[in-house]
Design a binder for this molecule. Structure first.
Ligand code: FAD
Length: 300
């Protein structure tokens, strides 16, 4: 099945991973989040990022999680931030508050239109109008590392891949130093996009963002909104398993393993995982990549 399987030799190359979490809505989900972070922390991710709810709806919760990561762990947190429904002054205050608690890495996004995907984005009258403006604004406020999004199958509002690469170049010119992709299931989609980006002289890391399909229907619906295609072979693999979560999990692991090994086998050495606040599958995939728990650092 794993026609591009990575032999152990390939895992000798250092692989960097990062993990994305979302701010939970309930105390039970909050417990699950911290269990997931605790389980994944020994893998020493390059950073973990925490999303910013649509329209800034999780501003306080995102801040609280990121601040706790700084205070209680050795992991570098990256806080997602969008321009939606906020003036520049409000967004700048959020950025300053991150700086004050020790956060030095922001994932800067425009955010979805207030009316939802498919409607027109209306910037706040006094707000940042684009992700490019936001990147520039953050960089002006402090020496932050700024990561941004990119879309190998193009953003739903974008006319073409070239338009997306224009947008990426603008964000880099504004100070972004890493791009994280929307999730995808066909590795060729990523490699074609990477080739186009490199042909334009874009040199920053374009890190594949990967999601494990724990619930096919949910993933397919999310993919539709996000402009990510769902290949028929993927649908076939989950067909008939709607009421069989245990088998779905094994299939999800096999699909994810195949994808990361295909990427690593072709030389990809940095991965961003959309964890959905669950650790087990991501932990297993990291293990396959040769990313293992690191011994505690001993001070001299
Ligand atoms: P942008 O880079 O702003 O692009 C949006 C559109 O504008 C595209 O069509 C693009 O081609 C065009 N464009 C932008 N700038 C230019 C330019 N200078 N020249 C030409 N065209 C331009 N959403 C959240 O609400 N919270 C999150 O925490 C969050 N995290 C995300 C993390 C990742 C890794 C990704 C891939 C997406 C995330 N999103 C998040 C979703 C994102 O907010 C939406 O996809 C949103 O619609 C676009 O914002 P953006 O910054 O990703 O895209």
């Amino acid at each position: 099945m794993l026609d591009q399987a990575v032999e152990p030799a390939a895992t000798e190359r250092p692989i960097d991973v990062s993990f994305e979490f979302f701010p939970p809505q309930t105390p039970e989900m909050e417990i699950r989040l911290w269990e997931a972070i605790t389980r994944l922390a020994p893998l020493q991710p390059r950073f973990v990022s925490v999303t910013y709810g649509a329209g800034g709806s999780t501003r306080e919760r995102t801040h609280a999680i990121v601040a706790r990561l700084v205070a209680e762990t050795e992991i570098e947190p990256a806080a997602h931030l969008t321009c939606v429904s906020a003036s520049r002054g409000q967004v700048d205050d959020v950025v300053r508050a991150y700086w004050e608690v020790g956060v030095r890495h922001i994932v800067a996004l425009r955010g979805d239109p207030q009316g939802g995907v498919g409607t027109t984005f209306e910037p706040h009258p006094q707000g940042y109008k684009t992700s490019t403006e936001l990147v520039r604004g953050i960089r002006a406020l402090g020496d932050f590392e700024v990561s941004v999004s990119t879309y190998p199958e193009k953003h739903p509002e974008s006319a073409s891949i070239d338009n997306d690469l224009d947008a990426l170049e603008a964000k880099i010119d504004a100070g972004a130093t890493r791009a994280i992709t929307q999730f995808f299931f066909e590795n060729d989609v990523y490699f074609r996009f990477l080739d186009k980006a490199r042909a334009r002289g874009i040199t920053i890391p374009i890190v594949p963002g990967l999601t494990a399909v724990q619930n096919f229907k949910q993933t397919a619906s999310f993919a539709k909104k996000a402009g990510a295609s769902v290949p028929s072979w993927l649908a076939d693999r989950f067909e008939g398993l709607d009421d069989d979560p245990v088998t779905r999990r094994y299939i999800a692991a096999a699909v994810a393993a195949e994808q990361v090994q295909g990427l690593a086998g072709a030389g990809v050495d940095e991965f961003h995982f959309y964890t959905m606040n669950r650790a087990d599958l991501v932990y297993a995939i990291c293990h396959l990549l040769g990313v293992r728990p690191q011994p505690e650092k001993v001070s001299a």
